[in-house]
Design a protein around this ligand. Structure first.
Ligand code: HSE
Length: 434
């Protein structure tokens, strides 16, 4: 059967990784897909640049539209990233009747609803495995492997840079800025590293996973996002003493008739497998009603791991090219007319446990004042430690049981206004993940 021709947009880390994997594993890939897959065209920023792959048989251009409009291109692989240009070229490719494979999480999280509707109309595939957790086949696992389940919740370490920073702070006692600079040098971080640190990259990925887990439209704008820039080495150490690790988690949970969608630093019990996922590695726990908890672990970024996901999508796409489009796996796992309009809960309504650290005067009655405020908001304390330090102010560390966030907000406001409390109270959410 005739080989399939690819047009790749972007020959950076992932683009060249894809060219190399397609070349290195060409025979295996053709045995799986039933046809050969050749990269015939590519759009690049500069024609004469050093590259990490051979471009000998590839026609290069600096104009992505030239690739998506070429009649001899069957599938477009979008690896340029960003929102605007990527959206335009992907929609043009779809309008031209071409299938699309993308690693662009921002594009899918923000414009996925529009893109999938257009692709459905035109009967083409838009595959995006590489957009979430790099090489881990988490999209396929949730969308197909767990299709018999009602998904209850999922929680993931889905940003390698953030996890690397927290790991180094916890294990090596290094400072935040120092580790971030290293992550940038090693090429893990996004072009704008605030996307990693402030949780935007993780929120893009969580939005996508939640959509295919619960059958809801993509709703990035409703995802609560809190970054890790305020997590201190001190809190990582106190959490450790109490038996917890601090991880930057993306959590999506079905509660009653709503969905929690949140990215924030989280204390998790040290004995959970996911608490021991360190460095740039990613991991996602998915809880289905039939299967129970399942864990997916692996490289969340990098040339070959991300190419692994892109090529898997290509194999799927090539297999589907001769099939009836109505037999395609739906983009968001559920049939487009079966998506539900479940509300995304406001953070005030979310129930979780908390770690609090207060700096307070060391005198009689201060602890009583603190516990009275918590008791008035019906917040139950699970653990309380007062550290012995030199001076008049002492750190008090508290771990609470689960409580609605609105109650914790009210308590925190009152605690902060106590004369005996100095500085800003540190608050980190805590999940037991059971
Ligand atoms: N900046 C991302 C990360 C790359 O650190 O995980 C993969 O999406």
């Amino acid at each position: 059967m005739k080989s399939v021709n690819l047009g790749i947009l972007g020959l950076g880390t992932v683009g060249c990784g894809t060219v190399n994997v397609l070349h290195r594993n060409a025979t295996e890939i053709a045995r799986r897909a039933g046809r050969g897959i050749n990269v015939t065209r590519a759009a690049v920023r500069t024609l004469e640049a050093p590259r990490r792959c051979s471009v000998d048989d590839i026609e290069l251009t600096t104009d992505p539209l030239e690739v998506v409009n070429a009649d001899d291109v069957d599938v477009v692989v979008e690896l340029i990233g960003g929102y605007d240009l990527a959206r335009d070229v992907v929609l043009t490719a779809i309008d031209n009747g071409k299938h699309v494979v993308t690693a662009n999480k921002a594009l899918i999280a923000l414009h996925g609803n529009e893109i999938f509707a257009r692709a459905h109309e035109k009967g083409v595939m838009v595959a995006f495995e590489a957009a979430v957790a790099g090489g881990i086949p988490i999209i396929k696992a949730i969308r197909e492997g767990l299709a018999g389940n009602r998904i209850e919740w999922l929680a993931g370490i889905i940003n390698g840079t953030g996890n690397y920073i927290l790991t180094e702070m916890g294990e090596e006692g290094r400072e935040f800025d120092d580790v971030l600079a290293e992550a940038q040098e090693l090429g893990y971080a996004e072009a704008d590293p605030t996307f990693d640190i402030e949780g935007i990259d993780a929120a893009h990925k969580l939005t996508i996973m939640a959509s295919i887990a619960f059958g809801i439209p993509l709703q990035f704008d409703k995802t609560f996002t809190e970054g890790i820039s305020r997590v201190s080495r001190e809190d990582v150490a106190y959490a450790d003493e109490l038996g917890y690790k601090v991880k930057h988690l993306g959590i999506a949970r079905r509660v009653g008739e709503g969905i929690e969608l949140r990215v924030h630093p989280t204390l998790i019990p040290r004995h959970r497998l996911v608490a021991n996922v360190d460095g740039v590695t990613n991991a996602v726990v998915v809880q289905g009603d039939a299967v129970g908890p399942t864990l997916y672990y692996g490289a969340g970024a990098g040339a070959d791991p991300t190419a692994s996901a892109v090529v898997a999508d290509l194999v799927d796409t090539v297999r589907m090219m001769t099939a009836d489009p109505s037999n395609q796996v739906p983009h968001l796992a559920f049939q487009p007319d079966a998506l539900e309009d479940l509300p995304i809960l406001d953070m005030k309504e979310v129930e979780t446990a908390y770690y609090l650290r207060l700096l307070a005067d060391d005198r009689p009655g201060v602890l009583a004042e603190i516990t009275r405020i918590l008791a008035e908001q019906e917040i139950s304390i699970e653990a309380l430690v007062q550290k012995r330090v030199e001076g008049e102010l002492v750190p008090i560390i508290l771990v609470t049981h689960k409580v609605q966030e609105s109650r914790m907000n009210a308590a925190q406001e009152q605690l902060q206004s106590l004369v005996a409390v100095a500085g800003e109270i540190v608050r980190i959410r805590l999940e037991t993940l059971d």
